[in-house]
Ligand binder design. Structure first.
Ligand code: 6PG
Length: 242
């Protein structure tokens, strides 16, 4: 049964950031009320920067003490590297809100790729108190969309697409480097997945990805939460071919 899919089109990138930040706060507030904590995995790349900055500016009083931050993927670089998704999130959000350091679970991408993935799995297993062969259910997972239809670090033709574990050290040919990424089992277990897509260069791929799947022609189409909500928050420029 495909998940319920909602597509919100906002007139501008700023409108997208506001809608995404508001949804983050709404989902988080409900999760904390229901279960005493909010578990969320942040997206990397550039699109989420505006949303993260807005969360820091407008929602410093959000219940960050009960919020637990993970990452959907990470480049294979140290945390202070310009390409690091952790560095981006820390600069735009985490360093600006009162979230305990112990509530942030970084992917240790300074390690060799496979040990980094294994260490991140250990963090997930400990935090979620996972029994063998179970997968964590995040309250919210944020994702972006690449022009080739990739999401997180699930790139077309890469081995992670077929991996049934939780985290995979994925060799990405186009970058000649590893990425450490969640795989479909984690993404599709989430209570809610929120894609953020902005700009005219995403218009064609967004139209393609939003076509009914199967067939799954692009990795982003494989994100189909089995018991959760699928939300696309896009701006008008990205939606112009819909
Ligand atoms: C990353 C992300 C990646 C990103 C898309 C879109 O580490 O870069 O996991 O999947 O979300 O490439 O990136 P932009 O938001 O920069 O367009």
């Amino acid at each position: 049964m495909p998940p319920t899919r909602t597509i919100e089109v906002l007139p501008t990138p700023e409108g997208l950031f506001h809608a995404a930040a508001n949804n983050f706060v709404n989902v988080g507030t409900a999760a904390i009320a229901a279960r005493g904590r909010f578990t969320v995995a942040l997206a990397g790349g550039s699109t989420p920067k505006g949303m993260y900055s807005l969360l820091a500016q407008k929602h410093a009083r959000f219940n960050w003490r009960q919020t637990y931050i993970f990452f959907s993927d990470e480049r294979h670089v140290p945390p202070d590297h310009p390409d690091s998704n952790y560095r981006m999130a820390n600069e735009t959000l985490l360093s600006k809100v009162p979230i305990p350091v112990s509530n942030v679970f970084r992917i240790p991408a300074e390690l060799e790729a496979v040990p980094a993935a294994n260490r991140y799995v250990q963090k997930l297993e400990a935090f979620f108190d996972l029994s063998p062969d179970t997968v964590p259910r995040f309250d919210l997972i944020l994702l972006g969309l690449g022009p080739d239809g990739h999401t997180t670090s699930l790139f077309p033709g890469s081995r992670a697409l077929k991996d049934a574990s939780m985290v995979f050290a994925n060799w990405v040919d186009k970058f000649k480097s590893y990425r450490i990424t969640f795989t479909y089992p984690v993404l599709n277990r989430a209570a809610e997945v929120m894609f953020l897509v902005s700009g005219p260069d995403k218009a064609e791929i967004l139209r393609e990805v939003l076509k009914p799947s199967p067939p799954v022609n692009y990795p982003a189409q494989g994100v189909q939460p089995s018991n959760g909500r699928l939300l696309w928050i896009v701006d008008q420029a990205a939606a112009k071919m819909l």
